[in-house]
Design a protein. Structure first.
Length: 327
């Protein structure tokens, strides 16, 4: 039991590490308030009808809340009013599902190269057509900030058969090195050779990452190598536990890291969640064993890598995660 509990961390701390390397550590701002939460645990913002799957009737689990997290690859502040194509792409897309009855959370990872219907918008933010593109481009094809987040939220929901999404948080990757240094650096042992990223990243070496090293470690991928994003995701999962250990190993830092970090990253982030909703996240635990990746297959397209969803396997994941069998 102790071993299993050790793999279940407080949701906030795990999310901070996960979403930082994803580019979405926006939780901090809302945890500075001492006010009581008003999030009604007996109600969900999500509403969806019944469905039939393999001859059985299912109803949506109204105890769930789904939050979309986006890591934006633009190396800039997040703002409104970008021209379509200039806002950056959402290189990391995570859907966090919270069960308000069990107080547990789990993550569905959506590969950036997933091919799906993407909406295009004009400079005024008005929709004008839909194309089949990598889902990572949806953020770029709107006008930045809240507008782009709403566009990705719509696209992800439709990809998941109109699954309700209750809110979103997004942050630019530029904040990674800033936060890494603010907590004194993160120590990582390299299980394989990463010297193509940095000469110091030798297999078996242990190194405290500083500044640009941290950014490069979680962000770099060789665009000339097929499916290089897989390696980047693996490195991110090396960095996250090491970052959590750094925070947990420093009592003073653990107590004050919200106030230390939020002023440094505020300009890099955007959300539509309210303060009381964010405060409620403190009550949940994230079970990493339940992390799922959108099922499918990666292929080499004419220009870029393309990921095609296995629709039958996706339906099964959705049924098992978000629905309840009617008796």
């Amino acid at each position: 039991m102790e071993g299993r509990d050790s793999r279940k961390k407080k949701l906030l701390l795990l999310l901070f590490g996960l979403l930082l390397v994803a580019g979405v550590a926006v939780l901090i701002k809302f945890l500075l308030s001492d006010s009581d939460s008003e999030w009604d645990d007996d109600q969900s913002q999500s509403t969806i009808g019944e469905i039939t799957y393999e001859g059985h009737r299912y109803s949506y689990n109204q105890s769930l809340t789904n939050i979309l997290f986006l890591g934006i690859d633009n190396n800039d502040v997040i703002r409104e009013g970008d021209l379509p194509g200039d806002a950056g792409q959402s290189d990391c897309i995570l859907l966090l599902t919270l069960n308000r009855e069990t107080k547990q959370g789990q993550i569905l990872q959506i590969p950036r190269d997933t091919m799906t219907e993407v909406d295009l918008y004009d400079a005024s933010g008005e929709y004008y057509t839909t194309v089949i593109e990598q889902i990572t481009t949806q953020y770029a094809y709107a006008t930045g900030g809240q507008n782009s987040c709403r566009a990705v939220k719509k696209t992800v929901s439709e990809l998941l058969y109109d699954l309700p999404i209750d809110g979103y948080l997004a942050m630019d990757m530029a904040a990674v090195s800033i936060v890494n240094d603010a907590i004194g650096g993160v120590t990582v042992t390299f299980p394989e050779d990463y010297t193509r990223i940095d000469p110091a990243f030798e297999k078996g070496a242990t190194l405290k990452l500083a500044g640009k090293q941290a950014y490069d470690f979680v962000h770099y991928r060789d665009t000339n190598q097929d499916f290089s994003n897989n390696g980047r995701m693996q490195r991110q999962m090396l960095y996250v536990p090491a970052m959590i250990d750094t925070i947990q190993g420093n009592a003073k830092l653990q107590e004050n890291y919200y106030k230390v970090l939020y002023p440094l990253i505020e300009k890099y982030m955007v959300t539509d969640l309210q303060e009381d909703e964010m405060n409620k996240l403190m009550e949940y635990q994230l079970d990493m064993e339940k992390t799922q990746i959108l099922p499918g297959e990666g292929k080499k397209g004419e220009k870029y890598e393309e990921f095609y969803v296995d629709e039958e396997k996706l339906k099964k994941i959705l049924i098992e995660t978000f629905y309840i069998l009617e008796k």
